[in-house]
Design a binder for this molecule. Structure first.
Ligand code: ADP
Ligand code: ZN
Ligand code: ZN
Length: 733
């Protein structure tokens, strides 16, 4: 029994990012444990807010009167002791606040105080004898019976088009009563049972190594279609037999119905699927199912790494190279780091899987920090597709001005005539990414961002892909009034239009952000293509991963250089990964696949090596560049980004910080400082952006010192300037 508790309060301000001491009233001393959520009076007004108990102690020299904990929230710890360790680790490593870490660990419904909304209120209609009903209540009352007397407010209001206020009136007059019941919102849909494949030799060997080695972290480097998923399922099965829990992370984008079906088909109700499309209530339900030990397996996107399993035996991170495993809002954590931390502090094993491992991970496997397992062949004996590079400069020389090379054109025709399917990949949505006036050179840009607008043909609008701003497209130049406004460049919409022009009989489908916004639209496109109701699927990186269509024999990469031209040290790596992944969609059935890669830089090493399926070759070229340039994995990068509507204040502040850091680092030859300078995208959403990049041997100690300096410097202007600190960011733009 302790008298005092260290409490982290649910308040986002960096100034209160510390542990506050509260006295525990006598009546709560037997109840409150570490990780409890409590109500505490906070601030001058003693407003009651949520707090989390992170320490308990008896000795405390109070300098002034200590406030008391006012109440408890649940009768159990939301956070376990090992979660508290994780929170400390994350705050140090990702330069964020305690409460941001806690919020990452808990479902948002809890921390937003929405716990009461999580249970659904169900209304029960009762016949009240002798009461006279007037319209419209008469009919409403009748509708509610048709529903066994029980219904949920929103449901009934939608279904029968009665307003919520009519329902409220019914309640008020006593024609309805209500009761609260807990409803499990998880998907009850039954999935077809998934037939287990007997593992082949390469797969058996992998499982054997994982089971019998003393290593705890493994990298399965297996070509696309080598049967990695089958290995994961086998390992999960073993865990179930041993009574241990498993987490399988897949990128949000490849958490496809197909993937879910495979896992649900195999593990049934033992599994929870955890992704960002769940509603707040559903997330809470799933979290609680794990907390209550009703589930033993989770498959999910990045945040599923935090699910509160207490007997973890296995974490799998599929497509470990995916940038979506790194969060770009606070805490800017990497799920791979979190998994490593969790495994180090338990007996769980960590399996990273990829056809194109990240430079960081492969480097670790070369240094024997991670055990490498290689799968060289496709599981069902299918051959890897043949990849052909097309130099688009030569196409232009031979007077082909279209976006399809002669070879791609021929192969599309071939595949159409032999009733096979094709995939066309271009990592840019919309119709044209650049609109300008040919007479005066005016470029249509976003009003809020320093970004050119993309023309979308479908709704005739110009759209900013950063802030979402939308305008009607016009043919008149707003600057000179001429009619010479022209659309430059190609996006997926335009590809689809061109395909329809050249191949009028082909049935096309498009899968990108714009066509998959509505619920189930992804699933619909997916099933249409799977059931062979379309010939050509056109899409962005959404189609590059995970999809397993047996009838696809041709993949066309329209512009391989798109990702190469970004000013980012990872652009070569990203290009290699994308080409390899999208190529992997071809020839997964009995027929051999072909890939046509169109490029303006056919000699670039990332393109050459992806065409010859040579990961090792790419790795050795890229790692030597990383070493020469002192980029990760040889260094860490800390991106300091400041943004503000007040440009002058922003520049003054970041120059101030730059000056202090420069002085501090002048005798440190291990850390290099670039900037301050405007970010590559110098304005987003009306906020001007400037940055400083630090590169080198940045340990947690120095990083936290820098963090303190920055917040100290900005103390006076804190409300006007936003700070983002990012260790090894996904992008330097
Ligand atoms: P990866 O995850 O490495 O891309 P998958 O696990 O998706 O590969 O497997 C690719 C295809 O091979 C799937 O259709 C899967 O059903 C099939 N497959 C996997 N393992 C086997 C096996 N041992 N025998 C036959 N088919 C297999
Ligand atoms: Zn003009
Ligand atoms: Zn914008």
């Amino acid at each position: 029994m302790y008298k005092y508790a260290g409490v982290i309060v649910n308040n986002n301000s960096i100034q209160v990012d510390k542990v506050f001491t509260y006295a525990i009233p006598e009546k709560y001393r037997k109840i409150i444990k570490l990780g409890y959520r409590v109500k505490v009076p906070f601030g001058l007004g003693n407003k009651r807010i949520d707090g989390f108990v992170v320490s308990l102690f008896n000795d405390f020299q109070a300098s002034s009167t200590v406030k008391e904990i006012a109440d408890t929230c649940e009768e159990y710890s939301l956070l376990e002791p090992k979660d508290l360790e994780l929170i400390e680790y994350m705050r140090e490593k990702y330069l964020c606040t305690y409460i941001e870490c806690i919020k990452a660990l808990l479902p948002s419904g809890v921390t937003r105080g929405m716990r009461n909304k999580i249970n659904q209120v169900i209304y029960v209609a009762k016949k009240l004898e002798g009461k006279y009903c007037k319209e419209p209540y008469d009919s409403l009352y009748n509708i509610v019976f048709n529903n066994n007397g029980k219904f949920n407010k929103n449901e009934i209001s939608k279904k029968y088009q009665v307003s919520v206020s009519s329902i409220n009136t019914l309640l008020k007059h006593g024609f309805l009563t209500n009761e609260e019941i807990i409803i499990n919102r998880y998907n009850e849909r039954n999935y077809t049972e998934y037939k287990e494949n007997a593992l082949n030799l390469e797969q058996l060997n992998a499982v054997d190594i994982i089971n019998n080695s003393s290593d705890k972290t493994f990298l399965i480097h297996g070509v696309t279609g080598s049967g990695k998923t089958e290995i994961y399922m086998n390992l999960v099965n073993q865990m179930l037999k041993e009574g241990k829990d498993s987490i399988i992370l897949v990128p949000e984008i490849s958490l496809t119905p197909q993937m879910v079906e495979r896992f649900k088909g195999r593990f049934g109700k033992d599994i929870t699927v955890f992704h960002s499309k769940l509603s707040e209530g559903e997330r809470y339900d799933e979290w609680l199912r794990v907390k209550n030990k009703n589930v033993k397996v989770a498959i999910g996107a990045r945040s599923a790494i935090f699910l509160p399993f207490d007997n973890l035996g296995l974490i799998v991170i599929d497509e470990e190279h995916e940038s979506s495993y790194k969060s770009d809002s606070d805490p800017k954590y990497s799920a791979v780091d979190i998994a490593l931390f969790k495994c180090e502090n338990s007996d769980a094993k960590l399996i990273l899987g990829s056809a194109t491992p990240s430079m960081e991970t492969y480097y670790k496997s070369k240094n024997k920090d991670i055990k490498l397992i290689t799968l060289k062949n496709r599981a069902d004996n299918a051959l890897l597709p043949k990849i052909e590079l097309i130099d688009m400069r030569e196409e232009l020389m031979s007077n082909n001005k279209s976006m399809f090379s002669k070879r791609l054109f021929e192969e599309l025709e071939n595949s159409l005539s032999s009733n096979e399917q094709s995939i066309l990949f271009l990592n840019r949505r919309g119709y044209s990414p650049f609109v300008s006036c040919r007479k005066c050179g005016y470029v249509f840009k976003c009003d809020n961002c320093d970004i050119s607008l993309t023309y979308h043909n479908e709704n005739g609008s110009l759209v900013c892909h950063y802030c979402g701003m939308k305008k009607r497209a016009t043919n008149i130049c707003p600057k000179c009034g001429s009619k010479y406004v022209k659309y430059f460049g190609v996006g997926t919409e335009k590809i689809e239009q061109e395909v329809n022009k050249y191949f009028p009989k082909a049935r096309t489908l498009r899968m990108d952000f714009d066509t998959t916004r509505k619920k189930n639209s992804y699933e619909n496109i997916y099933n249409t293509f799977k059931e062979y109701k379309a010939d050509i699927l056109i899409g962005t990186q959404m189609i590059a991963k995970g999809l397993d269509f047996k009838n696809v024999t041709l993949v066309g990469v329209i512009a391989a250089d798109l990702s190469l031209n970004l000013p980012d040290f990872r652009s070569a790596e990203r290009t290699f990964q994308l080409i390899t992944q999208v190529s992997g969609r071809a020839g997964r059935g009995e027929k051999h696949g072909k890939v046509i890669v169109q490029t303006y830089t056919p000699d670039h090493y990332s393109i050459v090596h992806s065409a010859s399926n040579n990961y090792e070759g790419f790795y050795s070229d890229e790692i030597s560049i990383r070493k020469d340039m002192n980029y990760p994995p040889f260094s860490k990068i800390l991106l300091i980004n400041l943004s503000s509507k007040n440009e002058n204040l922003l520049i003054k502040s970041i120059q101030n910080i730059g000056y202090i850091l420069k002085n501090m680092l002048q005798n440190d030859d291990k850390i290099e400082m670039l900037g301050p300078c405007p970010s590559a995208i110098s304005k987003i959403n009306e906020q001007y952006r400037w940055q400083i990049i630090l590169k080198g041997n940045i340990d947690s100690g120095i990083a936290n010192k820098i963090k303190d300096i920055i917040y100290q410097t900005l103390k006076e202007v804190y409300t006007e300037i936003r700070v983002s600190l990012d260790i090894n960011p996904n992008s330097l733009l």
